[in-house]
Design a protein. Sequence first.
Length: 329
Amino acid sequence: MSVFHGGDVWQGPSPDKILDFSANLNPEGPPEWVRAAMLRGLENARYYPDLRQGAALAGLSVHLDLPEDCILPTAGGIEAIACAAGLSGCHAVAQPTFQEYGALCGVHRDVKRSELADYCPEPGETLWICNPNNPTGDALPRGDVLALLEKLEAVGGRLAVDEAFIDYCPEHSVRDAVSGHPALIVLGSLTKVLAIPGVRLGYMAAHPSVVGTLREGLLPWRLNCVADAVAAALPGHRAEFDEIRRRNDKRRDGFAAALTAIGTRVYPSDANFLLCDFGRDMRPTIEALRQRGILVRPCGMFPGLTHGHVRLCVRTEGENGRLVEAVQF
């Protein structure tokens, strides 16, 4: 299948020569404790990974504050999405949002697409939402998500919530509700906040009955030795996650202010990226930036957005300043 995603740093001579605003990753790169865990994990490369995923489950259980039987470790968030996309029944996707939900659900069935404000649940339907949403960056309050779940439960439906960026606004998470709601499925990723997309580490949080059913259809050895070691090392680092979030909040506010000052419409964001409307066709500018080694995420392919819309990752203050200068030529 085609993947609609940022982060294609392999189109130039070397990834380290690219200034990448197209993938929403922590700009500092992996924290030192993550680097140390990856090196420890490599020591087990000579062995097949643990089929039970015992160390990864234990680490994720503490980090997510969930029982182990409510967690399914996955090879990145995309595997969690693909796994949930195979659930029976019809599926609906709230628009505009990450395009892989519709693409992966569409492998199995037709998919209904609707703006969330206009959505009316049908019996047995699974609704997909991203919270905070990609590419807009705004988050639904926790109470609104749970109210939506209640509406779907009333018609025998399900709610699939992708919380890939929830580490930047954890107060909106609903993953703690999965043990009491078999109709709720929460998908997550550790690759964004820890800046390890090459490691592929994600998870699904759901009722034990759902986790048990979905696990049966998955291939063995999904987590490699490096991803397993990072998951196992998660406990004890909550303060560092909080610091990453505080640092991003400060940078995001400054970045938004600088972009607004040059006449850009910047959408409110709870995540580590900004959706911007530059008010003109940005395709020539995007290509010119690419020629200069700067990648951004065009958003004209999202329903309701135009070729003037661009998504920008929040990077360091200096890098954000470079981008503001670059888009003005």
